[in-house]
Design a protein around this ligand. Structure first.
Ligand code: 13P
Ligand code: SF4
Length: 302
């Protein structure tokens, strides 16, 4: 550990803080986090946290989820401008308009959305919980937003329901095309291709396995293959290089980086702990509705 990492660990102890990090954070941050997880694991860990301070190393919707699920705690986002472009693609007004068009549908929103959008929806999901939640929903019509790709992935696993998709997408995963998969397979013919469900359906179709960040990591650890092409953000590849050094892991395509996830630095985390800034506040007009939507997700997945 370097001096700054040691200072953060010490300060977190003094302040009784819990540091949560997503797998897309840089390794120096993953190394000092108390918990590293996918979106669901981060939300769940925040919900049951007894610490006074929760530091979320990720993007804004993750910090908002932590605050909604454990409102008494102070939740800090060390990089306040770290957003998720996909979350910003859908507005509460979009949901209202869709409700008018589909009055009998259940509205299911990906956790990558604002609190205001969550408040207008019926249930939330993460990539690791979406299929199970959709399978268990009453009714036969689901409006899924904002991610068209995750929506289509879920719809294929739940053929007895009718899905209406919104047009959002993750710019980082949506940029992957089948030609990138073909090129990676040509370069590493022995490797299995595993991708995140935010990838396009034509990419998902030709992958050997599809899963959330956590599920991809577990797959590589448990599978007997020795070599994998990873179709998600580079942070997962870096973690695998540490966790399973005896296996070969290749990034599906160069530049597979989420710029927002990379905004957080160790210095930001230290400063956030020192100053307790930026503490997440949720608009009281939407907090109860958004919390209900998120709590339903957690209950349905546990
Ligand atoms: P996970 O829930 O799989 O970690 O995904 C979060 C995310 O933003 C992927 O782009
Ligand atoms: Fe949002 Fe995509 Fe970055 Fe995930 S990888 S935080 S979906 S922009």
């Amino acid at each position: 550990m370097n001096a700054l990492q040691e200072d953060i660990v010490q300060l977190a102890r003094e302040k009784n803080a819990l540091i949560l990090a997503h797998f897309y954070q840089t390794m120096d941050i993953q190394d000092i986090a108390h918990v590293v997880g996918d979106s669901f694991e981060m939300a769940r860990r925040a919900q049951v946290s007894e610490q006074d301070l929760i530091v979320v190393c990720g993007v804004r919707f993750m910090a908002e989820s932590a605050k909604l699920l454990n409102a008494q705690k102070t939740v800090l986002l060390p990089a306040p401008d770290a957003g998720c472009p996909m979350a910003d693609m859908v507005t509460p007004e979009d949901v209202t308009a869709l409700r008018k068009k589909h009055p009998h549908a259940t509205f299911m929103c990906y956790v990558n959305s604002s609190a205001a959008v969550k408040a207008q929806c019926d249930i939330c999901c993460t990539s690791s919980s979406a299929v199970r939640i959709a399978q268990n929903l009453p009714g036969d019509e689901i409006v899924f937003l904002p991610d068209q790709n995750l929506g289509q992935y879920v719809a294929r696993q739940v053929p007895d329901k009718r899905f209406i998709f919104f047009s959002g997408f993750c710019p980082v995963h949506h940029a992957v095309l089948p030609i990138h998969v073909q090129a990676a397979r040509q370069a590493h013919p022995e490797a299995k291709v595993i991708v995140h469900p935010e990838c396009r359906p034509d990419v998902v179709d030709i992958a050997d396995f599809v899963g959330s960040t956590s599920e991809l990591l577990n797959y590589v650890e448990r599978d007997t293959a020795k070599s994998f092409i990873i179709g998600t953000e580079i942070g997962v590849v870096e973690r695998l290089q540490h966790r399973v050094p005896d296996k070969e892991v290749f990034l599906l395509k160069s530049g597979f980086v989420c710029p927002n996830m990379k905004k957080t630095t160790l210095q930001d985390i230290y400063d956030a702990l020192q100053t307790e800034h930026e503490a997440i506040e949720i608009d009281p007009n939407v907090a109860d509705g958004a919390r209900t939507t998120l709590e339903r997700m957690v209950r349905c997945r546990l």
